[in-house]
Design a protein around this ligand. Structure first.
Ligand code: CA
Ligand code: CA
Ligand code: CA
Ligand code: CA
Ligand code: CA
Length: 363
């Protein structure tokens, strides 16, 4: 029979192991697990501006032929760019220092269903609004820019609610304040009305709304990935999904975040863990449990460099042809090789991410 003292020692040993396992860098902690390597399959042409200029992408899925889908990316020193899935430039809009961009289908304007593109414009401190014509695949300005009242509008994401509402969120660079506007298209004119303000606490940029569940995920750069609710009446209630310095290895800045939408509420959140040059993956459902991390390495045969210091990223789970049968991940690359090239965006097949992480890539 073990004595009381023997049992106490055993309990202490077990507790010590559990504590070490939960510590960053401990023998069994996720930090000690190297990220799974994945290689991009395409890259966009470099942006026109030198230095830290490319920032945030959005993906628009063509309603009939997914191969005609588009990547819209910001050049935060110049404007917006529109690329095809081979990364070729189709349209450039030198309309200001656009920082973040997002897109949603289904805005009815003059009886036609159009996609809305919104971007935070630091030049005139507004949200710039565009309509994307699904026939021509071109963007055109829609209505007046929306004044944000912010010293420097920064993060941005769109939310299409289940009851047909369309909303835009934007953050202020310095203050960590978020605002939410309702988008309307009355008589062919697109406009916005402010419906909510909340404070995250410190600088926050990356955000994404889950149109099905109504969740709003916000990356507070030095602190945590938060889950809010996207409904304009939801207030300040939030829950931390993960924190800088925690067991999954998050290192500031936390940047872009997006969702791979599975069926029945399933799928995954992907967060740019910029300080660690990797991406953290969480379950979309339940308490958003941490799944694992991956990094984007060189695709030598295709002569595409690996990815570092990602700011914005975007994901679709819709099949986009043979290269992207289970969807597409687009990420900004902080250093586009060969040396001397301006920054760009890398395109990654979700099939490769899922295979690396050992997660199902379809419903
Ligand atoms: Ca950057
Ligand atoms: Ca940032
Ligand atoms: Ca690179
Ligand atoms: Ca950014
Ligand atoms: Ca390159």
């Amino acid at each position: 029979m073990p004595t009381q003292k023997m049992l106490s020692v055993l309990v202490l040993v077990i507790a010590g192991c559990a504590q070490r396992a939960g510590q960053p860098g401990g023998p069994h902690s996720p930090v000690a697990v190297p990220p799974h390597p994945v290689a991009p399959v395409a890259e966009t042409v470099p942006v026109e501006s030198a230095g830290d200029a490319a920032d945030d992408p959005a993906i628009w899925v063509h309603p009939e032929d997914p191969r005609l889908s588009l990547v819209i990316g910001t050049d935060k020193r110049r404007g917006l760019n529109v690329y095809d899935l081979d990364g070729q430039l189709l349209q450039t809009l030198p309309d200001g220092r656009m920082n973040n961009v997002d897109v949603r289908d289904g805005l009815t304007v003059n009886g036609r269903s159009m996609a809305l593109v919104a971007a935070t414009n630091r030049t005139d401190r507004t949200i710039a609004l565009y309509l994307l014509d699904p026939v021509t695949r071109r963007l055109a300005r829609a209505g007046d820019p929306v004044p944000t009242g912010f010293a420097e509008p920064y993060g941005l994401c769109l939310y299409a609610s289940r009851d047909g509402g369309l909303f835009v969120f934007a953050s202020d660079s310095g203050s960590g304040q978020f605002r939410q506007w309702r988008i309307r298209a009355d008589g062919g004119v697109v406009g916005a009305e402010r419906v909510r303000t909340f404070r995250v606490g410190s600088q926050a940029e990356g955000c994404v709304a889950d149109d099905e569940t109504g969740a709003l995920y916000v990356a507070e750069e030095d602190v945590a990935l938060w889950k809010y609710q996207a409904d304009p009446g939801a207030g300040n209630a939030r829950r931390a999904i993960d924190r800088v310095g925690g067991a999954s290895g998050l290192a500031a800045d936390l940047e872009g975040v997006s969702i791979w939408m599975g069926g029945d509420g399933g799928g995954y959140l992907v967060l740019s863990n910029q300080g660690a040059n990797r991406y953290a993956v969480y379950r979309r459902d339940g308490a958003n449990a941490y799944v694992g991390s991956f990094e984007l390495v060189e695709h030598a045969a295709a002569r595409i460099d690996g990815v570092s210091e990602t700011d914005g990223l975007a994901i679709t789970s819709r099949p986009l042809g043979a290269r992207y049968p289970h969807g597409l991940l687009v990420v900004q690359d902080g250093s586009n090789l060969p040396a001397g090239q301006n920054q760009n965006f890398k395109l990654v097949s979700w099939r490769d991410v899922a295979a690396a992480l050992g997660i199902p890539d379809q419903d």
